[in-house]
Design a protein around this ligand. Structure first.
Ligand code: MG
Length: 262
């Protein structure tokens, strides 16, 4: 399989293309190259702290023009999934940006304990308070309530190291109420189906590029899509050698991948 034959590139963002407001080596070059060759890229991110518009603005500040169709985020997936509740109340643990995106899409969000809540939805929340955790636990003691989370990631890379991600917030709740959520983001199928729906690409035309074995690489393995791991984020060669999730390609950076394509 040749990289250049791929038509759709699904990139993780944090630890793969960029860290904070900086591109990792080759990030901008590979995206521009894909566009020049009339191929497509979609950022597939489990990070629900930012909306699609936040990401478009962030990349603009970094000197890259992107469009809405370049993103399938944990937030956009959550919106799609929450539509099945047909206006019933959803208690959300998430950032203001995440909550606003849900509200803008007519999801009936509440941030209070209420008797008629149908689902507790957890996203990566860097505005988390103990009160939010307490309300979620209180609600989840009921039997007729769903527990859904945007992504299973335990830690999110930052410029200085890692901070607890959505999976870790869920573990706090799970350790108290003994219930586990349904996860929506990578490595689950729901997010890939959305990308296929948007682009009309076949699985064999797609490659997933990411820095994490148990989300990005497993996402490909679970769904029979080729994968490339980069070493600019969470994973490293030792972990890859010891893991059952073997990527089809390993690159030090996306710059190395870009060099293999030109
Ligand atoms: Mg990542």
């Amino acid at each position: 399989m040749n990289l250049i034959d791929k038509k759709l590139f699904l990139f993780d963002i944090d630890g793969t293309i960029s860290l904070g407001e900086n591109f990792l080596p080759g990030g901008k070059e590979i995206l521009n190259f894909i566009k020049e060759k009339n191929k497509r890229y979609i950022f597939v991110t489990n990070n629900s702290t930012k909306s699609t518009q936040d990401y478009i603005k962030k990349f603009k500040r970094m000197g890259l023009e992107t469009e809405e169709y370049n993103f399938v985020t944990a937030a956009s997936i959550a919106i799609k999934y929450m539509q099945k509740y047909n206006g019933k109340k959803i208690f959300v643990i998430g950032t203001e940006s995440f909550i606003n995106e849900l509200l803008n899409n007519n999801i009936n969000v509440t941030q209070k304990y209420q008797n008629d809540v149908a689902c507790v939805l957890v996203g990566f929340d860097n505005e988390l308070t103990y009160k939010k955790i307490e309300i979620a636990c209180h609600l989840l003691y009921k039997t007729n309530i769903d527990f859904v989370a945007t992504n299973p990631d335990l830690a999110c890379p930052t410029e200085f190291g890692f901070v607890p991600d959505c999976g870790a917030i869920c573990q706090m709740i799970t350790s108290a109420v003994k219930k586990t959520p349904v996860f929506l983001g990578k490595p689950e199928r729901f997010i890939l189906d959305t990308c296929i729906e948007i682009t009309g690409c076949k699985k064999e035309d797609i490659i997933i590029i990411g820095d994490r074995l148990y989300t990005d690489i497993l996402f490909g393995k679970n769904n029979c899509v080729d994968t490339a791991a980069v070493l600019t984020g969470e994973t490293n060669i030792t972990e890859i050698n010891n893991s059952i999730y073997k990527p089809d390609f390993v690159f030090k950076t996306v710059y190395e991948m870009f060099n293999k394509m030109i």
